[in-house]
Design a protein around this ligand. Structure first.
Ligand code: ADP
Ligand code: MG
Length: 360
């Protein structure tokens, strides 16, 4: 085993892996594949989470909402000097983009994610649709919940179907499918549980919901893998699958497909957002054959495993890039036509720690 860039052991940190143990495993494989001695560290708020004890080392972090979170992250990075940090939590990505990622980068770590301005747009389904539209990427017509009547006035042919969803949501939160007659009620219902960009109950709830024309067609999931550091914003690979079944807002079964038709869409999105690392997109090929983007997540999404089992190896690609090595684009190739299905599993985690609540 050889040492990493700085001569010592190589540390990869994965933020909030939660149930996604495969990411920890595949980054561990990446260390081995690149023949470097190192460890995968999982940062988690909850030490009983499945990933915590599965990593080579688990580090408990304060809640994102806690002022102690950023100093604790900086402290870890100053001590462990990781080469690469990827988070898979949207609220953590939000905090990272607000300045923390740059402070972590100053410790010498490659941090995946978006700039503050780009993150603000990516986590907002309304702003994202507008930005992509301007960047030449096809999107469904999108309006704020408070302006649903404007959408109906524009293309309200009888029989048109609509989608209502949380503007800052994920995992299909607030999702309602309805026709024109049910739209007002669907907006009201989705508003009732809508949150703001930080996950707190939204104040102007009908503006925290978006309404879109419902696209009818096949749905695809795509990962764009972008460079790190000086290569930020440079598209290195496109990984695509057709969704066959969804479960709890995640792709449950999918078949890998040729990335060629998706690459120009991902490249345009990349030019607009300049991401570092992986970006997960949802697209629907509408009845007119146009690929329209409905959702953008600037991280490893729940669809990446379908690409990995078909031969892609984004973790090794990203780790090589983070170590300043020549990252081989062949690592982002895969076999089309591979069907993958997720399954349940369980592991024993840490002991439950009773916290004192004060009083008698
Ligand atoms: N405009 C739309 N037309 C058709 N289906 C949609 C549309 N918007 C969302 N959906 C469906 O709802 C799911 C969740 O919506 P999405 O925009 O991906 O939000 P989330 O952030 O919750 O994943 C999608 O995977 C898709 O199946
Ligand atoms: Mg989605």
């Amino acid at each position: 085993m050889t040492a990493g860039a700085g001569g010592g052991r190589v540390t990869v940190v994965i933020g909030s892996a939660g149930r996604r143990l495969y990411l920890i495993e595949w980054f561990r494989d990446a260390l081995a594949r690149l023949d470097v001695d190192g460890e995968v560290v999982a940062t988690e708020h909850d030490p009983t989470s499945a990933s915590f004890g599965f990593a080579d080392r688990g580090v408990v972090m304060p809640a994102y909402s806690d002022a102690a979170y950023a100093p604790a992250m900086l402290d870890l990075f100053e001590r462990a000097r990781p080469a690469l940090f990827v988070s898979v939590n949207d609220y953590e990505l939000q905090l990272l983009s607000e300045g923390l990622a740059d402070r972590l980068r100053a410790t010498g770590c490659a941090v995946a994610g978006l700039s503050r301005a780009a993150q603000e747009q990516a986590s907002d389904k309304y702003l994202m649709a507008r930005l992509l539209g301007r960047a030449g990427v096809a999107v469904p017509r999108t309006e704020l919940g408070s302006r649903w009547e404007a959408l109906v006035a524009e293309d309200g042919a009888a029989g048109t179907q609509y989608v209502v969803k949380h503007r800052f949501g994920s995992g299909s939160s607030g999702l309602r499918l309805t026709d024109r007659e049910g739209l007002a009620a669907a907006v009201d219902e989705a508003s009732g549980s809508a949150t703001d960009i930080h996950g707190r109950p939204a104040l102007r709830a009908r503006d925290a919901v978006v309404v879109q024309r419902r696209l009818m067609g096949q749905e695809f999931g795509v990962d764009g893998v972008f460079g790190l550091g000086r290569e930020t914003g440079v598209l290195r690979g496109t990984l695509a699958r057709r969704k066959m079944r969804m479960r709890s807002g995640e792709t449950d079964k999918a078949v890998t497909v040729d990335p060629a038709p998706f690459a120009p869409v991902v490249a345009r999105l990349g030019a607009a957002l300049r991401p570092a690392g992986p970006v997960d997109l949802d697209l629907i090929r509408d009845r007119d054959g146009v690929l329209r983007v409905i959702d953008v997540n600037p991280r490893f999404g729940g669809g990446y495993p379908f690409m990995h089992v078909a031969g892609a190896d984004a973790p090794t690609y990203l780790l090589a890039a983070a170590l300043g090595r020549r990252a081989d684009p062949a690592l982002l190739r895969y076999q089309p036509g591979v069907v993958g299905a997720k399954y349940e599993s369980i592991r024993r985690t840490g002991a439950l720690v009773e916290r004192a609540t004060g009083g008698a």
